[in-house]
Design a protein around this ligand. Structure first.
Ligand code: FES
Length: 246
């Protein structure tokens, strides 16, 4: 997605759609220059262009019992998979994770779509404290597949928990991307010892085979530039799109 002629291209995960209206939805946190720009657009305003969907479709079929785990803003696209997994005849247990109670999103929607819902917060202010409770859950219940979408550290930790139980675990990787079409190579990830491109080989990969530590390091590569870009945007007056939000 590119917000305007001088904007940068950013990758966002589709979190909803309305086939009748011909629309798609995206959910994002306003953390960098471009997401802050997008956040100040008003309903009805135009963005320059959207390219996609890119990458491979999720594998949706009847697996049996599916455990869907979402963290932070990625809860929004996870619920799209929850809906599709239910429609394919699966029994779906959903786990929602957030830093705090205030940061928890879409619990009501998750309860409507899932057979069972658990919530967890990093600080224990709501639901389970952290994801350690998953160990007890997996000892009690057998799952045929686990789908995880969220911060890389969360996907790493969940994959480490499901591995001894032998539950196939799919993670949605979010490396830095530029073209999103397999040309620039910036989205390289290592899975099963092989170099893959997040954009064309993914975004979903086997969580038990993913080199998360390398991904975490690569994601931090451009942090100084990202912070500088955001700061320059703010100090130069921020939003100029003409929307309602400053
Ligand atoms: S984003 Fe350029 S190759 Fe994947």
């Amino acid at each position: 997605m590119v917000p305007h002629e001088k904007g940068e291209r950013v990758p966002l995960t589709i979190s909803g759609y309305d086939a009748k209206k011909g629309t798609v939805s995206f959910a994002f946190h306003e953390v960098g220059k471009t997401t802050k720009e997008l956040g100040c657009y008003s309903e009805g305003q135009e963005i320059l262009n959207v390219t996609g969907p890119l990458g491979n479709p999720s594998e949706i079929k009847k697996f049996g019992k599916v455990l869907c785990i979402g963290g932070s803003i990625m809860i929004a696209p996870l619920l799209l998979q929850v809906k599709a997994m239910k429609a394919a005849g699966n029994q779906v247990t959903t786990v929602l994770g957030a830093r705090t109670k205030e940061a928890m999103i879409m619990e009501k929607e998750a309860k409507t779509l899932s057979d069972k819902v658990y919530v967890a917060t990093d600080d224990g202010s709501y639901g389970n404290k952290g994801l350690d409770f998953l160990n007890d859950l997996l000892k009690k219940e057998k799952f045929d597949r686990c789908v995880v979408m969220g911060p890389v550290v969360m996907m790493r930790d969940v994959s480490a928990i499901t591995k001894p139980f032998g539950i196939p675990t799919v993670v949605t990787l979010t490396p830095i991307m530029i073209d999103g079409m397999g040309m620039c190579g910036v989205c390289r990830v290592t899975v099963g010892g092989k170099m893959m491109f997040g954009c064309v080989d993914g975004p979903e990969f086997d969580g038990h085979q993913t080199n998360f530590e390398e991904l975490i390091l690569r994601q931090r590569t451009m942090l100084p530039e990202e912070r500088l870009g955001s700061l320059l945007w703010e100090t130069s007056g921020g939003c100029k799109c003409g929307g309602n939000k400053a």
